[in-house]
Design a protein. Structure first.
Length: 238
């Protein structure tokens, strides 16, 4: 796995992808080329089945690259070992439409799971970081609540806090506002955009939520596994 220090955080070249085997093998991604600038908020849009989530998971080390090049944080993913992919994922944050919280753990304990893989700081420092992340998403009064006592939107905000608590270099978000009301959803996306300005955090987000598009630096539209439009200067950059 080759690493380059001056590379953009994400660079995709000639990416193809298939699902299935044998006679059932079907191509889902066709010759995708995309370079994402550091600190930017890039939105992937398109109808259901257009390939946007597949592209997101390929860039985020969640699927094996079959053909083409995906360079993530200077490292080539095509041919990377499982151990190398795990090491890279520790530098990333993930937010999914399904919050994937552990029902037996409190909000604080769920967020702490975002720090355990890093082993950063003592227990007291980690707890303070978890509480800070929860406060940022408006859950300062829900630290010790179990998921069963949280609304759907509150659960999603816990998932956002878990993704951000380790200060990831890149955040991959798949429909992060789907379970949130207008104001909460906008607040989450504004927070991701602010992280780009303040910390240089790069965000790639799949969404159907037209309410947050004006915050994007760039909007990339996919149809049938191909990029059909790339608005390199999204509404926020105009």
């Amino acid at each position: 796995m080759q690493v380059g220090g001056n590379d953009p955080p994400i660079s995709v070249l000639g990416l193809d992808h298939w699902f299935g085997t044998g006679d059932g093998r079907k191509q889902a991604i066709w010759d995708v080329n995309l370079t994402v600038a550091k600190g930017s908020l890039t939105v992937l849009m398109g109808p259901s089945g257009s390939g946007k989530t597949t592209v997101l998971t390929l860039m985020g080390c969640l699927r094996e690259v079959q053909k083409g090049s995906v360079r993530l944080l200077g490292a080539e993913l095509n041919g990377a070992s499982a151990a190398q992919a795990v090491a890279l994922r520790r530098r990333l944050g993930f937010i999914f439409q399904a919050h994937n919280l552990h029902e037996s753990l409190t909000a604080t304990q769920n967020v702490l799971m975002g720090l355990e893989v890093h082993g950063r700081g003592c227990a007291a420092q980690q707890r303070r970081a978890a509480h800070h992340a929860l406060s940022l998403v408006g859950l300062a009064d829900r630290f010790d609540y179990l998921p069963s006592n949280l609304s759907g939107g509150q659960k999603q905000r816990v998932a956002v806090a878990r993704a951000l608590v380790s200060n990831p270099e890149i955040v991959f978000a798949d429909e992060p506002t789907a379970a949130l009301d207008r104001d909460s959803g906008r607040n989450v996306v504004e927070m991701l955009k602010a992280l780009g300005r303040v910390r240089g955090t790069t965000t790639v987000m799949v969404t159907h939520d037209n309410r947050v598009l004006e915050l994007a630096d760039r909007i990339v539209t996919l149809e049938e596994g191909r990029i059909v439009n790339d608005d390199g200067a999204g509404p926020a950059a105009r």
